[in-house]
Design a protein around this ligand. Structure first.
Ligand code: PLP
Length: 462
């Protein structure tokens, strides 16, 4: 979710005139503060009871001087407490990819609330959810959690348990939630270190983790050669440092190397579900041993899941201790009834194949509109799209890996663009320049973004 930028490359520095950017940003900050007195007041009041005036720290890190307080949200839009309406391309950083309050999810959740929210016993919805996940991702057996973070943590624990190996391998600049082993990066000499944002790591991540650049088959081969890596945990395309797509053959090599070294391959589809109903796994014929997905599958109700092959399941069964519930996997509410009702309705009736057939062309429209603006103003940027998600980057060509992408991140420029968009009724995903389509998003929403983007880029370079 949150990426931190390094020093600006010369390409990024040259894109815009810095004094002008500072002047424009100051004017947008002023405009935001004047238009949102009620949000400002609530934020001041909140500081008395909430750390930094927000219920979770990253809510204070938006481009605006204080966060928007939401009055209500529906479909692909929301209204703030000052009465302004926004087209929402952030969609709760994928948590609301199904749209805000999709009717089938609301109905199922309401029904379930009257039947018991949690019982520590299964409901029939769990079977329907498991079967649907199996159809989509091709893995037969599933377990449920409340978050994608937990689904990743549990998968990693199981992989260590069944392989008897200690290490985990991830991509540089990855994000898989607050999983200790994954908050690692490479330093300039290629050594594994904790990320700058790693708060209180329990141990040095170099002890637990190998890190390789995305799209680097040689590095992958070297990192797996000792056969001490329990699992490779990857997003099939990076989405949390901006979108970085796999090069042809990368996933084939990853699968071959993990098979050859008997390393468990875990694919995290939490964001890449945007590629289609079965994510990149189904679209590109990937063959993970385990698969994780969270956030959107519950339509906003806490939900995460991990699936596995029969072969992995057999090894898990053979290795589980008698009281697995207190062995580092589980949670009292994991797999609870409300969450399963929400997953069944959201996957079964909202994020359907037909919905993707509408969402993906909308992302193509968004991509085409942004490309036109980039071309007409002659800025050296480009757009990358993955299914229903698209993003512009401050570099002329697609990055090969996370480090390349970070080299051209430009936080002051991004701040201006995000803030100016907010002031004109468009919310982008914070920390990078990403837009996600929901089943409720319309062509008018997309065209609104294109018009706003054109206006604010024109102000910058005109
Ligand atoms: C790919 C990926 N996996 C896992 C997570 C963690 O999700 P959650 O914060 O819901 O646990 C995220 C969050 O952004 C993510 O992008």
């Amino acid at each position: 979710m949150v990426r931190q930028a390094g020093p600006l490359s010369s390409a990024a520095m040259n894109t815009v005139e810095r004094d002008k950017l500072a002047r424009l940003t100051a004017a947008e900050l002023d405009r935001f503060a004047r238009a949102h007195p009620r949000s400002g007041k609530l934020h001041e009041q909140a500081k008395a009871s909430l750390l930094d005036g927000v219920p979770m720290n990253w809510m204070s890190e938006w481009a605006s001087p204080f966060p928007l307080f939401v009055a209500e949200a529906s479909g692909a839009s929301f209204r703030c407490v000052d009465g302004h309406d926004y087209v929402d391309f952030c969609l709760g950083d994928t948590g609301a990819m199904a749209g805000h309050g999709p009717a089938p999810t609301l109905a199922a959740v309401e029904r379930q609330m009257h039947r018991g929210i949690t019982h520590m016993l299964p409901t029939e919805d769990a079977i329907a959810a498991g079967e649907e996940l199996g159809r989509r991702f091709g893995l037969p057996l599933w377990q449920f959690t409340l978050t994608a973070t937990d689904a990743n943590r549990f998968s990693v624990r199981l992989a260590r348990r069944i392989t008897g190996r200690s290490k985990i391998l991830v991509h540089d600049e990855c994000y898989h939630g607050s999983v200790d082993e994954t908050l690692a990066t490479l330093d300039a000499d290629g050594r594994v270190i904790a990320t700058d944002l790693n708060i209180g790591p329990p141990v040095d991540p170099a002890l637990t983790t190998r890190v390789v650049p995305f799209n680097d088959v040689d590095a992958l081969e070297r990192a797996l050669a000792d056969e001490d890596v329990a699992a490779v945990l990857v997003e099939p395309a990076l989405t949390n440092v901006g979108i970085v797509l796999p090069e042809p053959g990368y996933h084939r090599a990853l699968r071959d190397l993990t098979r050859r070294t008997e390393t468990v391959l875990i694919i995290d589809e939490t964001h890449t579900i945007c590629a289609g109903p079965g994510g990149m796994t189904a679209r590109d014929g990937l063959e993970p041993d385990m698969l994780v997905i969270g956030k959107t599958i519950g339509g906003g109700i806490p939900a995460g899941t991990y699936g596995m092959t029969e072969a992995i399941a057999a090894r898990v069964r053979a290795s589980l201790p008698p009281r697995a519930d207190v062995g580092g996997i589980g949670g009292t509410l994991a797999g609870y009834a409300l969450s399963l009702a929400a997953i069944r309705a959201t996957l079964g009736e909202v994020l359907t194949a037909e919905a993707f057939d509408r969402m993906i062309p909308l992302a193509e429209r968004w991509e085409a509109g942004v490309n036109d603006v980039i071309r007409s103003h002659g800025v050296p940027w480009h757009v990358t799209r993955l299914g229903a998600r698209a993003e512009y980057h401050f570099r002329p060509t697609p990055p090969r890996n996370g480090a390349e992408q970070m080299a051209d991140a430009d936080p002051p420029l991004a701040r201006y663009l995000h803030l100016a968009a907010m002031n004109r009724g468009v919310l982008m995903t914070p920390f990078h320049n990403m837009a996600l389509m929901s089943p409720a998003t319309t062509a008018t929403d997309v065209d609104r973004h294109t018009a706003v983007f054109d206006e604010v880029v024109a102000a910058l370079v005109g």
